[in-house]
Design a protein around this ligand. Structure first.
Ligand code: ZN
Length: 65
């Protein structure tokens, strides 16, 4: 199963190199939200923000063997 990923850069934090990966969107979303709340001092993640984050999650290219 392809992994999902999202970079913090995609969320507009161009100086941040953090990348979130997971086996489903929910896992990536959760990691991303925790990170922005702790490290970017976002006090509240609204449902709209969640939808936006979710829409930016991509499939990770399969590893070349
Ligand atoms: Zn970040």
């Amino acid at each position: 199963m392809a992994k999902k990923f999202l970079t913090c850069k995609d969320l507009g934090n161009t100086d941040c190199k953090r990348k979130f990966t997971g086996y489903n969107e929910g896992e990536v979303l959760m990691k991303a939200i925790q990170h922005v709340m702790w490290d970017h001092k976002v006090e509240k993640v609204t449902p709209e923000m969640k939808d936006n984050i979710r829409s930016l999650i991509k499939d990770e290219p399969a590893a070349v063997s």
